[in-house]
Design a protein around this ligand. Sequence first.
Ligand SMILES: *[C@@H]1O[C@H](CO)[C@@H](O)[C@H](O)[C@H]1NC(C)=O
Ligand SMILES: *[C@@H]1O[C@H](CO)[C@@H](O)[C@H](O)[C@H]1NC(C)=O
Length: 324
Amino acid sequence: MNKILLGVSVLLLLGLTTVFLVEKQNNGLRAEVDEFQAWMHKYGFKFADEVQLQYRRSIFYQNKDLVEQLNSENNGTFHTLNAFAIYTKDEFNQLFKGYQKRQKSHLIYSLKGDVAPSIDWRQKNAVTPVKNQGQCGSCWAFSTVGGLEGAYAIATGNLTSFSEQQIVDCSKANAGCNGGDLPPAYKYVVQNGIETEADYPYKGVNQKCAYDASKVVFKPKSFVQVTPNSPDQLAIALNKEPVPICIEADQKAFQFYTSGIISSGCGTNLDHCVLAVGYDADSWIVKNSWGASWGENGYVRIARTTAKGPGVCGIYEEPVYPIY
Ligand SMILES: *[C@@H]1O[C@H](CO)[C@@H](O)[C@H](O)[C@H]1NC(C)=O
Ligand SMILES: *[C@@H]1O[C@H](CO)[C@@H](O)[C@H](O)[C@H]1NC(C)=O
């Protein structure tokens, strides 16, 4: 009996090994001739049927042309067929952002303070690892939470990941995965406080609010709306802590951005919120919420201009940050 079982197992093992080797060879061959298959493998994409697969393949190759054109423009940025390579521009703009303008409060602060030549809050342990909002228009919640994590880390020395999902579900002045804005999100957190990511994990869908006051770890005293359209004001704010901002990210500069400094090609009509975490002489360093495979390990650099006005991609239009 045991011998028979052993025999069967050995045969099975041999069979599987052969199948595996043949598969491996096939994949290897296909990857050489078909960039799209290689991309699917890299990003773990599967499609429901052949029609879907061929449709996405055609978009992929259109995007390949676009990426090559963008790279040939030599504008200081490099673009690749990243995780967004199977989406049309319109799909991309619907799925992965989520800024929705809300009424501003009238409390705009004019900040005073020193401006260091450069600053990077990542080096001061005030920025959590890059997150991924997925197919949910919750950029505004990630931006808000990035500001809270920074303020809390600087005040307490404790860098902890906070809950975007709580804000998506419970900040009723905003619209969850359908979009939102920073000031109403901060109003909610000032009133209710924020739980940790571990206690209220991100799901990337609209859910019923499951807020638990006993689990709140940080309740900011207030928040600051920085004087808009001023590079100096953003720099002063960034000398205090990481600063949530919003930008326009629906134009060609963003979808396939992989490295470099964006200085044009993005517009100034805000549609996406992110987190400024520092600057150097030439650029603002910005944390995005599209995962670490996008951009410079999840980050983008945007040109640091000195003229008053919206700035590149509208980066000076709406800085907001919480007060511990
Ligand atoms: C940091 O804060 C979190 C949330 O309150 C807590 O669970 C953790 O124990 C704290 N870590 C340290 C080192 O104090
Ligand atoms: C590159 O520069 C040209 C000319 O200023 C501009 O039309 C184009 O949009 C820019 N492309 C990107 C990707 O920034």
